[in-house]
Design a protein around this ligand. Structure first.
Ligand SMILES: CC(C)(COP(=O)(O)OP(=O)(O)OC[C@H]1O[C@@H](n2cnc3c(N)ncnc32)[C@H](O)[C@@H]1OP(=O)(O)O)[C@@H](O)C(=O)NCCC(=O)NCCS
Length: 192
């Protein structure tokens, strides 16, 4: 994933990925991807078909620093003016309650491209990305009713470590332990 993909990735994120930045709007998503990729903590992959980004995945080596960028912070503050009811969520994210762990954060595949193996390619690419950075485990947080994402994560070695509630919604914290064989036998076909 490179800066040139930011707008298309942001659009997929805005449409399909429940999260704080999604709630803050399209513009927030664009600014997030344009700036988050400037940090070497963060990385991602896109799946491109006919020159269009049809899927993406985004991860970080340190989940306490994902919003550590002046432009992103300014946009979050502007978002707060537009959506003051998000104050609790924003404070929760900004005060650094996260653990500083590597995390697979966001992913989505275009509706017309689903259930064709695109998600698995992207999730495997993320595993490989962590391995290339010398990291052999990472966390992810997924809604308990997100069957597709849960199955995918488990297929790639994740197990549920914790059940918790966020805004009255049941979620899981999963940990993926990456084994070499899992990623070495996989072709990173068209995932950039
Ligand atoms: C999760 C998501 C990325 C999966 O993408 P995808 O390209 O459809 O996934 P794949 O085709 O690679 O599916 C891989 C496996 O996951 C499982 N799976 C995928 N979609 C499923 C569904 N709707 N129901 C049940 N299982 C599903 C299947 O076991 C599948 O393997 P199989 O086809 O060999 O049986 C996609 O559903 C999505 O974009 N969801 C919305 C955004 C989201 O929830 N992101 C994750 C949280 S950030």
């Amino acid at each position: 994933m490179a800066e040139k993909h930011a707008e298309e990735v942001a659009e997929l994120h805005y449409i399909h990925t429940k999260s704080l930045i999604q709630e803050l709007g399209r513009r927030m998503c664009i600014i997030f991807y344009k700036n988050a990729l400037k940090s070497k903590n963060n990385f991602g992959y896109v799946y491109v078909e006919n020159s269009r980004v049809m899927g993406f995945i985004f991860g970080t080596v340190d989940n306490s620093k994902i919003f550590n960028n002046a432009r992103i912070l300014i946009e979050i503050c502007l978002g707060l003016i537009r959506k003051p009811h998000l104050i609790k969520e924003i404070i929760f994210r900004l005060k650094g309650t996260e653990t500083g762990a590597p995390e697979g954060l966001y992913s989505a595949v275009d509706q017309n491209c689903r259930e064709k193996g695109t998600g698995i390619k992207l999730y495997k690419a993320l595993n490989q990305g962590f391995m290339e950075r010398g990291i052999n485990y990472f966390e992810s947080r997924i809604d308990a009713d997100n069957k597709a994402a849960l199955i995918l994560r488990k297929m790639l070695g994740a197990s549920i470590k914790e059940e918790f509630y966020e805004h009255n919604k049941k979620r899981y914290r999963l940990v993926t332990e990456i084994r070499g064989s899992q990623v070495n036998h996989y072709k990173l076909e068209r995932c950039k």
